[in-house]
Design a binder for this molecule. Structure first.
Ligand code: SF4
Ligand code: SF4
Length: 357
C-alpha cells in the first residue's frame, strides 16, 4: 500500500495565542470595559473584575536586533515577559499589577523610548518598507516616518488632538500603505524611462504589457532587439510596470515626488468608509529629513486641532466644514491638478454630487 500522503508543512503565521499574556488568554472574549488612565496606558477590566494594564511605546517598524533585545529585556524585567506589536509598530507591555506601570514607563523613558500613542494622540505612522526591504520604492518610508515623528513627538505622548489620528506612508505609488487620516504617498510625475538593452534579457514582455492599467505599453523592436514602448500620452505614471520590469525605470530623483492625501477612514458602527482626497501634490521627495512634507502635515494637524470639535476624526471635521474651507484654513493651494482628469475618472467624478460629465 502506498504511504499516506505527507501532511502539509504549515509555514504561515503561527498561532498568536501561545504568545499572549496569560491574562489576555484567560479573559479572551470576556473583557468588560477599558479605560485610559494616562497617555500611553490602557486599563482593561475583565468581567470578573480582573484588571490588565498595557503600556504602549513607539518604535520604528524596522528594528535592529540590539534595540529589539533591549525592548525584550525591558519586558522580562519590568513586565511579565510578554510583548505585543500593534499594526502601527508600537510595542505594548502588559502588567497585571498597577504598581508596575510607572517603573515600566520610567525604564522605557530612560532607554529613550517614547510612551504614548493611545486615545486622541497622533499614534505611530504605519509605514511600508522603503529602500531597506522592498524592490520598487521611490522613497524611504521609514525615513519619512522618523523625520515626521521626531516633529510630532508631543502629539504622540499627549492627548491634545480632537480624536485619534492615524498617519500612513507608502513608498511606491501602487502597492501597500497609504490610507489614513493623513497619508503621505509617493507620486511619480514622468513616464518610465526604458533601458532597451536590458528589456530583452530581464523582462517577460507580455506580463509587462498586461500590467499597465491604461494599455499604454506595446511590444516594439528597438535596434533590432525585442523591447517595449510607452505611449506617453496615455501613461498615468503609476509605476505598475516597474516591478515586473526594472528596466522600465520610473524612480527619479527629481520627478518622483510626494503627495499628501487626507480623510481616509474605515467604516465603523456609525459611518461608512471614506476615501481620502489629494490635498497637496508635487512635494519634493527630499531625504534625509523631508522638511516640506513634514511642514504640510504639521500645518494640517495644527488646523485640525484648533478647528475640529471634540471626537471629530479628520474626515468628520472636513465633512462638516467642507473642502473649500479646509483649503482656506490650511492655506494649501487648490489647483487644477487636484481634479482627477484621467479619462477613466469619469466614473468617479460622476459619483460626486457636484461635478458631472
Ligand atoms: S509601498 Fe511599494 S515600495 Fe513600499 S514596501 Fe509596499 S510595495 Fe514596496
Ligand atoms: S507607469 Fe503605469 S501607466 Fe505608465 S506605462 Fe507603466 S504601467 Fe502603464
Amino acid at each position: 500500500m502506498a504511504d499516506a500522503p505527507r501532511p502539509p508543512i504549515e509555514s504561515g503565521c503561527p498561532d498568536g495565542f501561545q504568545y499572549m499574556h496569560p491574562l489576555m488568554r484567560k479573559h479572551y472574549g470576556n473583557w468588560d470595559y477599558h479605560e485610559d488612565p494616562q497617555p500611553g496606558v490602557l486599563k482593561h477590566v475583565a468581567k470578573d473584575g480582573t484588571p490588565l494594564f498595557t503600556v504602549r511605546a513607539g518604535t520604528q517598524r524596522i528594528l535592529d536586533v540590539f534595540t529589539l533585545r533591549k525592548l525584550c529585556d525591558i519586558g522580562d524585567e519590568f513586565a511579565d515577559g510578554h510583548v505585543h506589536f500593534t499594526i502601527r509598530s508600537n510595542i505594548e507591555y502588559m502588567v497585571a499589577d498597577e504598581s508596575r506601570v510607572q517603573p515600566l514607563i520610567d525604564k522605557l523613558t530612560e532607554e529613550g523610548f517614547i510612551v504614548g500613542g493611545t486615545k486622541n494622540s497622533v499614534t505611530m505612522i504605519s509605514h511600508t518598507q522603503g529602500w531597506l526591504h522592498c524592490d520598487i520604492p521611490g522613497t524611504d518610508a521609514s525615513g519619512v516616518v522618523k523625520s515626521m515623528m521626531d516633529e510630532l513627538i508631543d502629539e504622540f505622548r499627549n492627548w491634545n488632538m480632537p480624536n485619534r489620528v492615524h498617519l500612513t506612508t507608502s513608498c511606491c505609488q501602487i502597492n501597500c500603505g497609504g490610507q489614513g487620516d493623513i497619508a503621505i504617498n509617493v507620486q511619480h510625475t514622468k513616464p518610465p524611462k526604458i533601458n532597451h538593452d536590458l528589456v530583452a534579457n530581464v523582462c517577460e514582455r507580455p506580463s509587462v504589457v498586461a500590467r499597465c492599467p491604461v494599455a499604454a505599453i506595446r511590444p516594439a523592436m528597438v535596434d533590432g532587439k525585442p523591447s517595449l514602448e510607452v505611449d506617453e500620452k496615455k501613461c498615468i505614471c503609476c509605476g505598475a510596470c516597474f516591478p515586473p520590469c526594472p528596466p522600465m525605470q520610473i524612480n527619479d530623483a527629481e520627478h518622483s515626488k510626494l503627495a499628501i492625501w487626507v480623510g481616509g477612514n474605515h467604516s465603523n458602527a456609525r459611518g461608512k468608509p471614506t476615501f481620502q482626497k489629494l490635498v497637496a501634490a508635487g512635494i519634493p521627495n527630499n531625504p534625509p529629513r523631508w522638511p516640506e512634507a513634514t511642514a504640510i502635515v504639521k500645518k494640517i494637524l495644527k488646523v485640525y486641532k484648533e478647528d475640529a470639535k471634540d471626537w471629530e476624526r479628520i474626515n468628520d471635521w472636513v465633512e462638516r466644514i467642507g473642502w473649500p474651507r479646509f483649503f482656506e484654513l490650511t492655506e494649501l493651494p487648490f489647483t487644477k491638478f487636484h481634479i482627477d482628469n484621467w479619462r477613466g475618472a469619469r466614473n468617479s467624478l460622476n459619483a460626486s454630487a457636484h461635478i458631472r460629465f
